[in-house]
Design a binder for this molecule. Structure first.
Ligand SMILES: Nc1nc2c(ncn2[C@@H]2O[C@H](COP(=O)(O)OP(=O)(O)O)[C@@H](O)[C@H]2O)c(=O)[nH]1
Ligand SMILES: [Mg+2]
Length: 235
């Protein structure tokens, strides 16, 4: 589907990692979101919608700004719920955009007060979804642009790398500090990630307050959608 690139994952043996072949500055137009609707919440992988539409999983630490970003992209304030307090429910939420592709809202990781068992359950549930979902095109890993590289984010990226899953990075809340500070934190994250990867994935700097990143992310998704073909399994 995409150019397959051998990328060295330094901790392990070299592995196959899908890279997106198009550069950001090649995007010609922005997708216009005409409709965005909530389809379902699931606690069971077996009950997800059939994998016949391209889907994009949004994930990150609790409070990273995931719901706000989804609402911003969809142009609908109340679509994904936003809150100051991290939710307890572990749900996979599907939102259908323009009747053609899904935004998938995954539970946030790294909620400090969750018990060990809860964290293990989260891992199993999410890892199974990410690893097995045939129609998943890309994981958007949200990173708080105000922070220095966080171990939990790097570990998650490394897990995606080990599994050979395609991902891009989305740095959130950029309006909260100067662009210089954001650039510094992105550069630090890059440095940290390059200890285990030999290429830095595509990334976006965003703000749900100012809409920064809106056009670029939607253009990226629109480009990937062009290459989507319905998987022949499980239909
Ligand atoms: N200034 C600013 N605040 C944000 C942004 N994104 C999220 N927030 C705030 O950060 C908090 C957590 O956001 P939320 O979307 O609920 O995070 P989630 O837990 O990852 O879904 C809320 O108070 C949001 O208003 C942003 O881009 N800029
Ligand atoms: Mg949320």
């Amino acid at each position: 589907m995409f150019g397959i690139c051998k990328t060295k994952f330094l901790i392990d043996e070299p592995f196959t990692f899908r890279l997106f072949p198009f550069a950001l500055n090649k995007y010609l137009y922005t997708m216009i979101v005409k409709s965005a609707e909530f389809i379902c919440s699931n606690t069971q992988i077996s009950k997800l919608p059939p994998p016949v539409k391209a889907e994009y999983a949004f994930i990150g630490r609790s409070n990273v700004g995931k719901s706000s970003l989804i609402n911003m992209l969809a142009g609908k304030k109340g679509l994904a719920k936003t809150s100051q307090t991290p939710g307890k429910t572990q749900l996979i939420n599907h939102f259908l955009i323009n009747d053609s592709w899904y935004i998938v809202d995954l539970p946030g990781y790294g909620y400090a007060r969750a018990s060990k068992t809860k964290k293990a359950d989260w891992n199993k549930f999410i890892h199974t979804y990410l690893d097995k979902r045939e129609s998943l095109q890309c994981v958007l890993v949200l990173i708080d642009s105000r922070l220095e590289p966080q171990k939990i984010d790097l570990e998650f990226c490394n897990w995606l790398g080990e599994k050979g899953l395609s991902f891009v990075l989305v740095f959130t809340k950029a309006d909260k500090q100067s662009s210089l500070k954001t650039d510094q934190n992105v550069a630090q994250f890059k440095k940290a990630l390059l200890q285990t990867f030999d290429e830095f994935p595509q990334y976006f700097v965003t703000s749900s307050e100012t809409q920064l990143g809106h056009d670029d992310i939607l253009s990226f998704i629109s480009e990937v959608n062009k290459h989507f073909t319905i998987p022949s399994i499980n239909i």
